[in-house]
Each structure stands twice: as structure tokens, then as C-alpha cells.
Write a protein that binds this ligand. Structure first.
Ligand code: FE
Ligand code: CA
Length: 524
């Protein structure tokens, strides 16, 4: 495996420990007294507040101090204390927990507070205070206790929010949609800017290459009021796809086949900026060019979320000989079927298998950036054509995994994915080209929040070539709402009516049901 998780070398470990100490109030207190108190002259909470990765007794609280968000943040080069408090009411009268974190310039004055010891399965409210200024009040919640009865869960999943392609009305709606969770499946930022018409412009037309530039790009996205609202109102679970670093990169290989060392330095900058802006736990602190993103979260006895990383450990896109790197539409490509290829890398694959074997919840969710179902298309030569950046490029790895699912007789796995900028619903079979191959899992794919989609004609041509797909819709930007109970999973595809209007209505486009224990998708 080219980039399986490496053991931490001692130097890196020291750096990590130093960063951990930075978030420990005791270690930090003595140093702080030597520094003059920092007073905010401008609002330092321009990027809002966020929370994530709910557990039965806590969650992560996030903010970043950035009075001048598009110019590196505008903070002094010192560490700054940030006080936080958690209440059981939205007016913050009944405070149940408070503490002090330290915003470190080494992490762009971001703060990640891991709260423990709270009550399971309830809402909480929180806020920060720094430099004499208070943040907005955020709302978040804990998950139900492990293995305890959790009758239902409503959540939304989203992906692909190209800032330049439109407004994010979808986030306003999901913030008010009576949900408990948001899952973001990648392309949270886009590194590339748009040639020609754009709805709005990035803070710079240049691709970020450095830590400073990736920080400014994240800040540009996070200044959007709709996105901030969705973070403020709900806990998020995040994973990434390619554009958080660079289009179509694969592990340590860049799209343009840059020098590997140079690209790993760029990847390190991008990963660090990602960590700094997401409500992730300390386990995901970047270690040089590596960041451990895959992890598991449970919702009582109802669902286990296996959150997957489809970029950092993957095999390169096949059949790119004579071309630059990245994805291609290929017609004749035997290497797609290479069974030794891997999307997840050896360690992550073993971890996922073990998690699926030991899970006792009613549903098992693969939260991943890339659509798993095959999308066969007709190539210009009349043959079958496949896109190699997605799972179709690593079809051998996919078959290996789905065959194991078939053997294990699990029928409770649902893949949720993004990346393709269109809604899809369908079934997963070890052999998509054999109609007798049994359906072993189901999949729902969300359209983009704003990134432009493929033409409706392309989707319409593909559907009859892929009988395992029950639905495909690329005309709308939006999200998927899921209402999950022990009996059934209801997925509702939602679409924004006017992408240039941040107040646009959204509407239901279609809905689908999976009955528990049956790996089949029906119209809802
Ligand atoms: Fe995308
Ligand atoms: Ca993508």
C-alpha cells in the first residue's frame, strides 16, 4: 500500500504531544500569565461556531479566531485563551460545563474542544468568549447511549459546494429541517477557480498551494452565512474528497504528476487547513502529510456510521498511460479489475471489515465521498465507458469488498456518497454486469450543494445501461434527507429551485425506501 498509515516517528510524536499540550488548560496557564491579555478590536468570530462527531457523552466544539479571515486571520502571533460554556437551554441560563481552551497560532487560532461526561441523546447549546467578545450561540447534541434503543434518526448528507457556482440555500433549509446530524461527504472547498461565468468569486483566483492560501480559501467558504448557520444549528460528521487538496489526486500522486515530495508538502498544507476548520477530534491532528480521518460513530442500536477516507490511501487511477494523472473516461481498461487495487488501503480495509463483523446496530452506513455503484456509459467508440477516478476505476477492489459482504450475509449496509453532482439511488452487487449477482447493499448519492452537474441527457443515457440504478437526477442542486428507523430507511432527494438565490425554496424531488434486512431500493 503506497500510503498506508505509518507508525509515528519520534519527531512527529513530539510535535503532536506539543500540540496536545496546547489544548490542555493546565499546561498552558502558566505561560499565559506572561503574555499581555489580548483584546479583540474586531469580531474574532467571523467564521462562526461548529460542532461535530457526537458521542453518547459529548462532541467536539469548534471555532477559529479570525478578525481578518481572508488575510491570514489577523491574530497576534501569541496563543490566546478562549473560554467556552455549555448549557441545557438556548438562552444559556443553565450552564452545565465550562472550560478554557487555547487558540494556537500554529493551528491558525482554531479551537477544538472535546467535551465528555454529558447526558446521552439530548440537545445542548454552547458559546465561546475570547478577547472580551462572545460568539454566537451554537446548538448541538449527544448521540443515544451505545446499544440503547434509538427508535429513529433524521439526518442529511451533502457534498460539493463550489463557492463560485451558486448560493447555498440548501444549507438554510437543512438547518431548519428538524434534523439531528449533517454528514458532509467531501469537496468542502474547491481549489480551482472557474473560468468564465461565475455566481461569485473566491478570495483569489489562484489555486492554493501553501498553508496560508488554503486557510484563506477555507475562510472564504466559511464566511458564507448559510453554511455558518448549518454549522451553528447541527453537529456535523465530515470526510473529504479530492478538492480539499487538488482535483483527482490519489494518495501521494498529484493530478499533474508533480514531484512527490513537493506534492506531499502541498497535501500537508491542505490537510492541516482542513483540520483547522473542521470539528474533528484530536485523533485527526495532522502528522506531516498524513491525517487519520476514517473513524466510526454509533447512534444507539440504530446505526453505525463507518466514515471512510477514499483519497489518502487509494491506488492511482488505472489506464492513464501517456496522459497526465487523474481520472479518465476509459473504454478498454483491464486494469480496472485489478483485485490488488485498493480504495481504502490495507489498514482501513481491515478496520472496516472488523467494524462490520462486530457491529450490532440495525443499519451500517458507509459514509464515503465516491459513489460505489457502477455507472456504465456508452463511449464514443460504442463500447462501455467508465470514469476511473471513482469506484469504477477500482472495480476489482469494489468486487472484493462486495463479495465479502455477500459472504457475511449482511443486508443492512447502506452507502451514502457524493462527488458526481447528481442524485442517484440504487443497489450494490458484487458483479454489476451479471443480473444474477445478488444485491448485497443499497446506495444513495446526493447531488451537489452548488457545483455544476452533468447534463440531464448524460444521466438519461446511462440509466438504462445500469439496471441496478433506480434513479438519477442531475438538474438540481440540493441534499438528501434520511429518516431512519428500525423498520425502514426513507431517503428524500431534495432540490433547490433557484441556485443563485440564497433564500430559494427547496422541494422534494423523489423519495425511496429500504426495508430493514432487505438490500433493495423501492420508490417511497
Ligand atoms: Fe465535487
Ligand atoms: Ca470529487
Amino acid at each position: 500500500m503506497r500510503s498506508a498509515l505509518r507508525p509515528v516517528d519520534p519527531l512527529t510524536r513530539r510535535r503532536v504531544l506539543a500540540a496536545l499540550a496546547a489544548s490542555c488548560p493546565l499546561a498552558a496557564a502558566s505561560r499565559a500569565s506572561a503574555q499581555p491579555a489580548w483584546q479583540a478590536s474586531d469580531d474574532p468570530f467571523t467564521l462562526g461556531v461548529a460542532s461535530g462527531d457526537p458521542s453518547p457523552d459529548g462532541f467536539v466544539l469548534w471555532t477559529r479566531l479570525a478578525p481578518r479571515p481572508l488575510e491570514g486571520g489577523g491574530m497576534p502571533t501569541a496563543r490566546v485563551p478562549v473560554d467556552w460554556e455549555i448549557a441545557t437551554d438556548e438562552s444559556m441560563r443553565s450552564i452545565v460545563r465550562r472550560g478554557r481552551a487555547w487558540a494556537d497560532p500554529a493551528l491558525a487560532h482554531s479551537v477544538h474542544v472535546e467535551v465528555e461526561g454529558l447526558e446521552a441523546d439530548r440537545w445542548y447549546w454552547y458559546r465561546f468568549e475570547a478577547g472580551g467578545t462572545r460568539s454566537a450561540i451554537g446548538r448541538t447534541r449527544t448521540a443515544p447511549a451505545f446499544d440503547s434503543p434509538a427508535p429513529s434518526l433524521a439526518f442529511a448528507f451533502v457534498s460539493c459546494q463550489n463557492y463560485e457556482h451558486g448560493q447555498w440555500a440548501a444549507f438554510r433549509h437543512l438547518a431548519e429541517d428538524n434534523l439531528s446530524l449533517v454528514i458532509h461527504l467531501g469537496d468542502y472547498i474547491y481549489e480551482g477557480s472557474t473560468l468564465g461565468d461565475a455566481a461569485r468569486r473566491h478570495e483569489s483566483p489562484r489555486e492554493p498551494m501553501t498553508l496560508a492560501a488554503y486557510r484563506n480559501r477555507h475562510a472564504c467558504y466559511r464566511m458564507d452565512a448559510s453554511l455558518r448557520l448549518a454549522h451553528q444549528r447541527l453537529p456535523w460528521i465530515v470526510t473529504w474528497d479530492d478538492h480539499e487538496v487538488e482535483n483527482d489526486y490519489a494518495a501521494d500522486l498529484s493530478e499533474n504528476r508533480d514531484d512527490r515530495g513537493w506534492f506531499l508538502a502541498r497535501r500537508a498544507a491542505a490537510y492541516q487547513a482542513y483540520y483547522e476548520h473542521m470539528p474533528l477530534r484530536r485523533a485527526s491532528l495532522p502528522r506531516g502529510p498524513d491525517l487519520l480521518l476514517y473513524r466510526r460513530l454509533a447512534w444507539g442500536d440504530l446505526a453505525t456510521f463507518h466514515v471512510l477516507d477514499n483519497r489518502q490511501h487509494r491506488t492511482d487511477q488505472p489506464c492513464g498511460a501517456g496522459r497526465r494523472g487523474g481520472g479518465n473516461h476509459v473504454e478498454e481498461c483491464m486494469d480496472r479489475n485489478d483485485p490488488s487495487a485498493s480504495m481504502w488501503g490495507e489498514s482501513q480495509e481491515r478496520w472496516l471489515d472488523a467494524g462490520l463483523v462486530s457491529s450490532r446496530t440495525r443499519w451500517n452506513v458507509l459514509a464515503q465521498s465516491l459513489m460505489m455503484a457502477q455507472v456504465r456509459q456508452r463511449g464514443p467508440e460504442g463500447g462501455d465507458s467508465h470514469w476511473t477516478d471513482g469506484w469504477d476505476g477500482l472495480a476489482g477492489a469494489r468486487r472484493r469488498f462486495l463479495a465479502r459482504l455477500a459472504e457475511a450475509r449482511r443486508r443492512d449496509v447502506v452507502s451514502i456518497a457524493g462527488d458526481v453532482h447528481a442524485h442517484y439511488a440504487g443497489e450494490l452487487r458484487p458483479d454489476f454486469d451479471d443480473e444474477r449477482s445478488p444485491s448485497v447493499a443499497t446506495e444513495f448519492v446526493c447531488t451537489s450543494i452548488s457545483s455544476r452537474g452533468p447534463s440531464p441527457a448524460t444521466v438519461a443515457r446511462a440509466l438504462p445501461l445500469n439496471p441496478h440504478l433506480r434513479y438519477g437526477e442531475s438538474r438540481y442542486r440540493g441534499y438528501v434527507r434520511c429518516d431512519v428507523s428500525a423498520r425502514r430507511w426513507l431517503a428524500t432527494m431534495r432540490g433547490v429551485e433557484r441556485i443563485q438565490d440564497p433564500q430559494s425554496p427547496v422541494r422534494d424531488l423523489a423519495s425511496f425506501v429500504v426495508e430493514a434486512g432487505r438490500a433493495a431500493v423501492q420508490r417511497g
